[in-house]
Each structure stands twice: as C-alpha cells, then as structure tokens.
Design a binder for this molecule. Structure first.
Ligand SMILES: [Zn+2]
Length: 238
C-alpha cells in the first residue's frame, strides 16, 4: 500500500486467503468458479488488512468496455453495472478493480477528493477506458495535473504475444503499446499504452508496477494458468 496526500493505493498478490487450488489463496474474483464463501472471506481479509470496511468497497461487473460509473455508495441490493471504471467523490468509500494480467489503474486527485479505479485490458485500453475515467473525475472537480496514477501488476510487453494484425490494430490507436516478446514475436504492452494515454492527458505523477503477472509466482495470471483467481487494486481517500 502507498499513500499520497491522504489518497491510498493498494494492490494484492495471491497469498493470505482461504481459496483452494487453482484459486489459492487470495482470490478476490466472484465470477471465476471459486467457492463464493471463500471469496467472501478473502474480500473481508483483504479489506481488513488495508484498514477498510469490506461493506464499503465498490466492485464492478467488468466487461472490457469503456464505460464509467460514478458512485457515492456501495451497490447494496442494486445490480452491479457492467462498467470497467468507477469514480467517486465520497471519502472513505473504496473502489476496487479485479485483474489477472489486465492492467489495474488507480487514480486520485487528493485536492478535489476524487478517486477512480479502472480495468484496462487490451480492449479496454484501446476503447479508452482510462481517459474516460479521467474525464469523469474532471467532471467532479479533478484536474489532470493533480491526479496521482498508479498501475498494478499486469502482463508485460515482453510476455503478451498477439497476432501481428492485432498488434497493428492496437498500435494504430496507441503506438506506445507496440511491443515485441522476449522471443521476438509481435506483442502488446497494455500498461505502456495506459501510461501514454495518461501522459497525453497531463497526468504527470504516474508509477507503474514492475511486476509481470505471467512471470511472477506470487500473482494470478489468466494467460499462464487459465483457470485461476483474480487480484485486486483498491483506491480510497481518508
Ligand atoms: Zn512479462
């Protein structure tokens, strides 16, 4: 966990939960086939380790799209919307994003008191989910120059092999995402694409996790393992 001017950013790894193989241990994803009781316990454990009330964590129904929801309360009994970014101006409300190779992006303008969490896989990055999240933050009073951006563990550009045509399609939208695997084949670097988008928007305080989920035994990786758990990123304001 890191803190900047009262904004907190945290990314989980796979350890410290109660899920069994292949979700061991701290699977936080509720739609990957794991026991729902285990996921519930894991979400409580993760929240408590961060000093959060698990009932005050807002999750998404992620669909690899560009849509953003503005929230000021947990969903409660309401259906969880199909969005890949959530934004709030409510202090103490934590926003969470689930990933297992996609790039989790946490954003905060501590001055305006606005935070966002976004799920940027290849389709979401191309569709502009992160710029959409920034735009929603700006509508709530944030300024890009004040936004602190942290991206979490994700598949790196040296591991994310794609067909040549797909790399060309992605690079046509976001040239910074053009990459090559360590074995010399076409690849996409989603995190590099996300950071290029943020840079163009004027978000200067950016940090990218050095962890590659495929290369790390401490993280879930869908491309490596197929049936596996989900990591979470959390962002909130005091
Ligand atoms: Zn890698």
């Amino acid at each position: 966990m890191s803190t900047v001017s009262g904004a907190h950013f945290a990314f989980t790894d796979r350890w410290g939960g109660v899920s069994a193989v292949p979700y061991a241990e701290l699977n936080l994803g509720g739609a990957v086939g794991d026991d729902s009781g285990a996921v519930h316990t894991n979400r409580e454990l993760a929240a408590k380790s961060l000093g959060l009330d698990p009932a005050r964590v807002v999750w998404m129904n992620q669909v690899h799209g560009p849509d953003v929801a503005v929230v000021d309360e947990p969903w409660g009994e309401r259906p969880v919307p199909e969005v890949d970014a959530v934004v709030t101006a409510r202090r103490g409300l934590a926003l969470a994003v689930l990933t297992a190779d996609c790039t989790p992006v946490l954003l905060a303008d501590p001055v305006a008191g606005v935070v966002a969490a976004a799920h940027a896989g290849r389709p979401g990055m191309v569709a502009g989910v992160v710029p959409a999240a920034v735009a929603a933050m700006v509508e709530l009073g944030a300024e890009p120059a004040r936004i602190v951006a942290r991206s979490g563990p994700a598949v790196c550009g040296r591991c994310y092999e794609v067909p040549d045509a797909m790399r060309a399609e992605v690079a046509a939208v976001e040239p910074a995402a053009h990459a090559e695997t360590s074995w010399g084949t076409p690849a996409v670097d989603v995190s590099a694409g996300v950071h290029a988008q943020l840079e163009r928007l004027g978000v200067r305080d950016r940090e990218q996790s050095p962890v590659c989920t495929i290369e790390s035994d401490d993280h879930f990786s869908y491309r490596r393992d197929g049936l596996t758990g989900r990591l979470a990123g959390y962002v909130w304001l005091d």
